[in-house]
Design a protein around this ligand. Sequence first.
Ligand SMILES: O=P(O)(O)OC[C@H]1O[C@](O)(CO)[C@@H](O)[C@@H]1O
Length: 188
Amino acid sequence: MKPYNVVINFESGTLDPGKRIIRKVSDVKNMFYDTQAAEELIQKGDPMVYEVIYADVPEEQGHLGHCTTIIYPGKIGNEYFLTKGHYHEKLSTAEIYFCLRGQGRLIMESTDGDCEVLEMFPGSASYIPPNWSHRTMNVGKELLVFYCIFPADAGHDYATIEEQGYPKLVVEIDGKVTVIDNPKRKNK
Ligand SMILES: O=P(O)(O)OC[C@H]1O[C@](O)(CO)[C@@H](O)[C@@H]1O
């Protein structure tokens, strides 16, 4: 493999050349507290929630995977648009999120049950240690764009998050970004 460049547009979040995956409300509806409101939005056209654009890197040990993620502004009920959330299949692998545009929150939970929420803003570089799952929300009125770097063989464990959810939700109350306990959270 020869060295190569990809080009990232900080405003749009495009990464070129790259492979794009899109997530609509129907792809993440069960991640939201108010699944009925999610269903109604699906009936109204199933809008895009976020996109991920991956650079072409072999998913092999020693390589670094990298991508941009673009989360659209929006809410379902009073909960901000979010990503599915996952642990790395290879739990002993870390990740860095570098925010290029917008306002976000990064919720993480460790395999020990600790939960942290970090703010994301242009220039914030969030370090996600090994054994911490991660989900991101757009809490602003514009695109949230961030660049991610991770071991290319880390893998994605979505099932654990689909099963147990997160202990906290990030919602809008009286126009303010607010972190609340998740009433639906199953005790671990
Ligand atoms: O994979 P999810 O939970 O849908 O979240 C998307 C983001 O997370 C990543 O998997 C990296 O952690 C990227 O692919 C993307 O930034």
